[in-house]
Design a protein. Structure first.
Ligand SMILES: NC(=O)c1ccc[n+]([C@@H]2O[C@H](COP(=O)([O-])OP(=O)(O)OC[C@H]3O[C@@H](n4cnc5c(N)ncnc54)[C@H](O)[C@@H]3O)[C@@H](O)[C@H]2O)c1
Length: 438
């Protein structure tokens, strides 16, 4: 394929060299004449192991060239990858002028282009930027319609400097946010030699995946550092602790718990985070990340309450009282706080939880519930069907399989608030549906 790459920095040079190595015809474009000269003569404008050798070979084979002329680059290519910088403003916002300028140049050049062209944003931009800011520029400058006359994709880059070439050829995944199938298929074709799962998504999902990855990487480093600082304060080797920690690939290094939804609760997580934060304070160890966990969790509990309030309806059925399915453990369950707050605000609340119900029947948690939560015990219903039929708003708080059928029980005029994602795909459901993180 014929590819133009705008921006010959870290991302642009690595992408250009790797695509040219894979047999594509690549034309690098930059506003900096020095970089264009260097790339055009097979020399790398930056330090990156293995890059210069690949560039030299691709320039020699004629697969890689460089130019200052963006207009010509568009005419001579089928796909343009935008790899210009998006640095930070002092307030944290992104400087979009480079990426906007490139879109404006590409838009102008598209007016003279007969063949179908796909514009691919590879620079990191915040969700919504491509659709709300860059596509309008491309359309305005070209007088053409995105998704009809030309294609657009968001294809984030995940390389790490210093191992960039290995990262390019061994990616964990390829993410292609596409305006339409045709654009996505062309970008997919660029990477056909790579063995990696490829995800075709809406454009803003692709934008968000990039930020989620980087935020998570930053979170991991900060978490390890805070644990390390606490270790040091106890005479423990923090690197030993995190090394062994990493061997748990079921709960620690895995997708477990990475499912957006309602707050955590139960007898261990809140108690143990609280104790660790207390200990850090006692030992004068700064641990702002660990300290923020419980307040962030509280925000999620409050969000569930706000979602009910926004419905402006008063009869609420809560499905799930324990902190997770298949247990009757009510300790620090976020659903308890949800119920208590709603009752306090004058809502008529009914609750169904088969395990809590059973626990009362067999006496396991009977005295705890009746002594500690008498106000809640009286709200328990033993019929899921009756509770759903009588409620104006139904709230699912945990992922019990019993709740999967709830969307089919709903009627027009009722609202289902799903804090788990269990009812997400019931498109034919009657009534309103509101998910907490989707
Ligand atoms: N560096 C990384 O490791 C990395 C990894 C993944 C994603 N990203 C993202 O990729 C993007 C590029 O990052 P980078 O580190 O390669 O940037 P960079 O600053 O190294 O390079 C940007 C290049 O764009 C050129 N440029 C500016 N305006 C131009 C224009 N109108 N036409 C042509 N070229 C122009 C500049 O001269 C420069 O050479 C950023 O959004 C960044 O967040 C970077």
């Amino acid at each position: 394929m014929k590819i133009s790459i705008f921006g010959l920095g870290y991302v642009g040079c690595v992408t250009a060299a790797c695509l040219a190595h894979d047999g594509h015809t690549v034309l690098g474009v930059d506003v900096n004449p020095l970089k264009v000269d260097l790339v055009g003569s097979g020399r790398s404008p930056l330090v990156e192991p293995g890059l210069e050798d690949m560039m030299k070979a691709s320039v020699a084979s004629g697969n890689l060239k460089a130019t200052l002329d963006s207009h010509a680059a568009i005419q001579e290519s089928d796909v343009s990858l935008i790899c210009v910088g998006t640095p930070s403003h002092e307030n944290g916002n992104l400087e979009l002028s480079y990426v906007k300028n490139v879109c404006s140049e590409i838009g102008k050049a598209l007016t003279e282009k007969e063949d179908y062209h796909v514009v691919v944003i590879r620079s990191t931009v915040l969700p919504g930027t491509v659709e709300e800011c860059l596509i309008p520029i491309l359309e305005q400058e070209s007088g053409l319609k995105a998704g009809v006359d030309f294609g657009v994709c968001m294809n984030p880059e995940f390389l790490r400097e210093s191992t960039a070439i290995a990262d390019y050829f061994n990616p964990s995944f390829i993410v292609i946010g596409q305006i339409d199938e045709r654009s996505g298929a062309m970008v997919h074709e660029l990477y056909k030699t790579l063995e990696a799962p490829s995800f075709r998504t809406p454009i803003r999902t692709a934008e968000m995946i990039k930020y989620s990855c980087n935020a998570f990487h930053a979170l991991k480093i900060t978490f390890a550092n805070e644990i390390g600082n606490l270790c040091k304060a106890h005479g423990i080797d923090g690197q030993d602790v995190m090394h062994i920690f990493g061997h748990d690939q079921q709960l620690n290094i895995s997708t477990t718990y990475l499912k957006p939804g309602y707050a955590f609760g139960g007898s261990c997580l809140p108690k143990d985070v609280r104790a660790l934060v207390y200990r850090a304070k006692e030992r004068d160890v700064e641990s702002s990340l660990l300290r923020s966990i419980l307040s962030s969790n509280q925000n999620q509990i409050d969000l569930g309450i706000k979602m009910v309030e926004r419905t402006k309806r008063k009869k609420v059925g809560i499905l799930g009282l324990s902190f997770k399915p298949s247990t009757d453990d009510l300790r620090e369950s976020p659903a308890i706080e949800l119920v208590e707050t709603l009752v306090g605000k004058g809502y008529q609340v009914q609750i169904f939880d088969e395990n809590v119900q059973l626990s009362r029947l067999i006496g396991a948690n009977k005295s705890f519930i009746e002594k500690e939560l008498p106000h809640i015990a009286s709200l328990m219903s033993d019929s899921l069907e009756e509770l759903v039929a009588e409620a104006e708003v139904v709230v699912i708080t945990h992922g019990s399989k019993t709740f999967k059928e709830v969307p089919n029980m709903m009627t027009a005029g009722q609202t289902l608030i799903d804090l788990v994602g269990i009812a997400k795909n019931k498109k034919d459901m009657q009534g309103q549906y509101e998910g907490i993180c989707w």
